[in-house]
Design a protein around this ligand. Structure first.
Ligand code: VGL
Ligand code: ZN
Length: 199
C-alpha cells in the first residue's frame, strides 16, 4: 500500500438529512466510506467549523436569504443557512462515521470573516489550513476525496490538491452534492479538466 490518504470531507450531521444544510442522501455514504478506510494507509477527516454569526451565514447579512450571494473582500460568496456551528451537534461527525482510523482532523471556516470550502485553503485562496504541509512532511502524495458536498468542499479540495502537485481522485459513489444552479455538473467538469481522477 503506497502512501495514499483517504480524505473524508465534512461528514457532519448538518450536511445529512435532518441537518441545517442537508445534502440529499448525505447519510448514505457513511457506511461505504467506513468500508473504504482499510484500503488506505492514512485517513484524514475534515470538519466545517464556524463560529456563531459567521460571515457565510445568510442570517449575518440583512435582507439576504440562504443561497443568495454577496461580494466579500476575497470575491463572490454564496450564503448558507446557519450550519456547523462550533461545538454543536450539527457540527459533530455523523454518529456512524468511523473516526478511529483518522490520523488528523482538519477544521476549517473558523475565521469569522472568511469561508473555507477547500481542505487546503480558505476561500481567499491564500490562507492555509496546514494540510499541505502535513501531507508533504509525511510523504503522502496520493489523495482520494470522499464526503460532502461534491460540488463545494470536495471539488475545491480536489482542485487545490492537483494545483499543488498531489495526485487526486474523487470517488463519486461516496460523495453527495448540493447542486445549486447546475453546480454539480460544472464542478465535476472542472475537476475532470484539471486532471482529477473521477471514479
Ligand atoms: C460546505 C457549504 C458551506 C461543504 C460547507 O461541506 O460542501 N458547503 N459549508
Ligand atoms: Zn460551511
Amino acid at each position: 500500500m503506497a502512501d495514499k490518504a483517504l480524505i473524508v470531507i465534512d461528514v457532519q450531521n448538518d450536511f445529512c438529512p435532518g441537518g441545517a444544510l442537508a445534502v440529499d442522501g448525505g447519510n448514505d455514504i457513511v457506511v461505504p466510506i467506513n468500508a473504504m478506510m482499510d484500503r488506505f494507509s492514512h485517513v484524514v477527516l475534515t470538519q466545517d467549523w464556524h463560529p456563531a454569526g459567521h460571515s457565510s451565514f445568510a442570517s449575518s447579512h440583512s435582507g439576504k436569504a440562504p443561497f443568495d450571494t454577496v461580494t466579500m473582500s476575497y470575491g463572490e460568496q454564496t450564503l448558507w443557512p446557519d450550519h456547523c456551528v462550533i461545538g454543536t451537534q450539527g457540527a459533530a461527525f455523523h454518529p456512524d462515521l468511523d473516526t478511529t482510523r483518522a490520523e488528523l482532523i482538519i477544521r476549517k471556516g473558523f475565521r469569522p470573516g472568511i469561508d473555507s470550502y477547500s481542505a487546503f485553503f480558505e476561500n481567499d485562496h491564500a490562507t492555509q489550513t496546514g494540510l499541505t504541509g502535513y501531507l508533504r512532511e509525511r510523504g503522502i502524495s496520493e489523495l482520494v476525496f470522499v464526503g460532502l458536498a461534491t460540488d463545494f468542499c470536495i471539488a475545491y479540495s480536489a482542485l487545490d490538491a492537483v494545483a499543488q502537485g498531489f495526485s487526486a481522485g474523487v470517488d463519486l459513489d461516496a460523495c453527495r452534492g448540493i447542486d445549486l444552479g447546475g453546480s454539480l455538473e460544472t464542478m465535476i467538469g472542472q475537476m475532470r479538466e484539471a486532471g482529477v481522477d473521477i471514479g
